[in-house]
Design a binder for this molecule. Sequence first.
Ligand SMILES: Nc1ncnc2c1ncn2[C@@H]1O[C@H](COP(=O)(O)OP(=O)(O)OP(=O)(O)O)[C@@H](O)[C@H]1O
Length: 257
Amino acid sequence: MSGNGSKPEEKKIKIRFTNFTKSFGDLLVLDNMNFSVMENEFLCIVGPTGCGKTTLCNLITTIYPPTSGEIEINGESANPRRHNISFVFQEPSAFPWRTLWDNVKFGLEIKEGSKSKEEIDERLSEIFRMVKLKGFEEYYPHQISMGMSQRVAIARAFVTRPDLLLMDEPFGQLDIKTRFHMMDEILRLWREIKATIIYVTHNLEEAVYLGQNILVLTQKPTHIKETVEVNLPHPRDYASPEFIDIRKRVTELVKWW
Ligand SMILES: Nc1ncnc2c1ncn2[C@@H]1O[C@H](COP(=O)(O)OP(=O)(O)OP(=O)(O)O)[C@@H](O)[C@H]1O
């Protein structure tokens, strides 16, 4: 509660799944799921291989239609033309024939073609600074490391200032040190841009380090086993007793997949 008696800011639902089911032919993948993600929430999703985590992301972007049920974003049916959604995939993908600058510019021009050259250049300079790629603008994708490639993917995702960001195991290919560094970067960008993030990972430590909530999924036909709240401030100390305690709880849940 603030000092002048005004109400604390109320959080709104960003995305809501209602009685949501997805099958591919006879294969029932997501089985009647119901959950909501709040505005500006950082939600991590963990679940066994093949339970439908990537499918869930593809359903949000409407790449796949649901078999039944509904996904709403800001209270209306999910629609990538209306809702500013960005996606970071497992494999960093960049156009090899474009410089890093032109790679990041590409998405911005598609989404915000009405902006002037000055505005686009300003936005690009800002994101290159934020992901610490300043000085590498004229490099080509084959000239940079895997960690830097993932930074380019993150720059492309954040440059449009998405209000919903889907990240599907974005750091699976990175070594542990780069991974922790990138997680801190994501947390910083998340705070600056105030996006809602859905982050899929197999790494439980990563989920506890990042998420405000962790959605633990079951084997197929998939439903939600439990939502674990991680009520610890960022930056988190992964050696603290509280952190270890939560990681143990999530490990217990996934042991019985
Ligand atoms: N287009 C498709 N057609 C048919 N089956 C599909 C299709 N896409 C996904 N599946 C099936 O749906 C299930 C869920 O796949 P999905 O890739 O979403 O799982 P996941 O949880 O992301 O897996 P992983 O953890 O290995 O990345 C799998 O059995 C997969 O074979």
